[in-house]
Unconditional design. Structure first.
Length: 401
């Protein structure tokens, strides 16, 4: 197939507009987003890229030698900006609000001081990490296990879609670190397998999502039950200013580290909009993009589970190796699809916003918003799946013209 750029006109503002003729398969009115083209154009405006380079290495940090060895083994030499500016305050047990763009190492920013404290304490305090999605919870525990390998710490991940009886048994063993989604953690508490009073340290990862209407009541139940909580950390790429009162209730005399404003996407991501004209075949536009060889590892977002399955099915029929992730899939299916994407067994992963938060997949070349996300926060997190760890990435958003 010919290069898709030959079918692309670039107006003076630098945004792609492509209009192949075909039957209309555009978005229905009921699926309209509040975001407009000008909102996304403002996000995509060229910004000067400044690569942060710390003046020190992890060997210079006041952390345990075993932890320094673990970081060196993983190839972590210098801290990212969020790590450089937050780790020592966390080592000093300060509550902290951390805002940094996606792909900048926020998970290690809270895990490093957690593991250091566990290594130094004769009786380590139990840690509770809350995450909004199953995939993110699994990823956090995997990073913890990797950083603490050989240190004899126990961790468990509790998420929906897994065997509850097995989870009850594991929770009763009182692991050193528990990471999970709020619903499953409350279920374990209701069954008497988990006592939130045992946890002294709390981390809310992607805290803005944890404090919105979908999770707020569950998070309040958990934090209210943590009567012995002494240390709290909140991390996210986006900041919802309407949540200020909730944040202040959770934190005490907190340090605020804002590497980014919480309102903009990563500077390393080249962003374009693709206008879909009335009467054109939207899927063919997608296929034209993906058929280009530079689209090596592509994450496609759609708004609903039905649309995700539809797009994935069409891609498979077109000979593209693809799979899907959404809430109707079992946890095993979702994890297998994600692993296949990470290892290159499939080239395209189609997903709802369950894949937008915190997932760290190396070398995602492109993110495509097949449908415009409903909010700017969602847009920032979606496109943040590419251009991670200082690498460049590209993101396209289809907009009905």
């Amino acid at each position: 197939m010919s290069d898709y750029r030959k079918k692309t006109s670039r107006p003076a503002n630098g945004y792609a507009s492509r209009r192949p003729s075909s039957p209309n398969r555009g978005k229905k009115k009921g699926q309209e987003s509040n975001l407009k083209a000008e909102d996304l154009q403002q996000q995509a405006q060229a910004r000067e890229i400044t690569n942060y380079v710390s003046e020190r290495t992890f060997a210079d940090f006041p952390i345990h030698e075993k932890l320094k060895s673990a970081l060196a083994h993983k190839g972590y030499e210098k801290p990212t900006e969020i790590q450089d500016r937050s780790i020592e305050d966390l080592l000093n047990n300060r509550d902290l609000l951390g805002i940094a763009q996606t792909g900048t190492g926020k998970t290690a920013a809270f895990l490093i001081p957690i593991i250091d404290k566990q290594l130094r304490d004769t009786k380590p305090e139990a840690i509770l990490v809350l995450a909004p999605t199953r995939e993110l919870a699994v990823q956090i525990e995997e990073e913890y296990r990797s950083l603490s390998r050989g240190m004899n710490f126990q961790s468990s991940c509790f998420i929906g879609g897994t065997n509850i009886n097995r989870d009850v048994d594991r929770a009763r063993r009182r692991p050193d670190l528990v990471v999970g989604t709020p619903g499953r953690l409350l279920d374990l508490s209701d069954r008497g397998a988990l006592d939130f009073r045992d946890f002294k340290v709390l981390v809310l990862d992607e805290f803005d999502r944890m404090l919105d209407m979908g999770f707020e009541k569950d998070v309040n139940r958990i934090t209210s039950a943590m009567r012995n909580r002494k240390h709290t950390m909140l991390f996210s790429a986006t900041l919802d200013k309407t949540q200020r009162n909730q944040i202040d209730r959770l934190l005490t005399n907190a340090v605020e580290v804002k590497v980014s404003s919480g309102e903009a996407s990563n500077d390393h991501i080249e962003q374009d909009i693709i206008k879909i004209a009335e009467g054109e075949n939207k899927f063919q536009v997608l296929l034209n993009l993906i058929d280009n060889p530079e689209f090596e590892k592509v994450l496609v977002f759609a708004e609903t589970k039905r649309w995700v399955s539809k797009v994935r099915s069409q891609l498979s029929k077109a000979g593209i190796k693809a799979d899907e992730i959404h809430g109707n899939k079992t946890q095993n299916y979702r994890q297998n699809a994600l692993n296949a994407f990470k290892t290159g067994k499939i080239r395209v992963l189609v997903a709802t916003d369950v894949a937008a938060r915190g997932l760290d997949v190396e070398d995602v070349s492109h993110v495509i918003n097949y449908q415009v996300p409903k909010t700017m926060d969602s847009y920032i997190h979606r496109v943040g799946r590419t251009g991670r760890a200082g690498k460049t990435g590209k993101a396209y958003t289809f907009i009905q013209d």
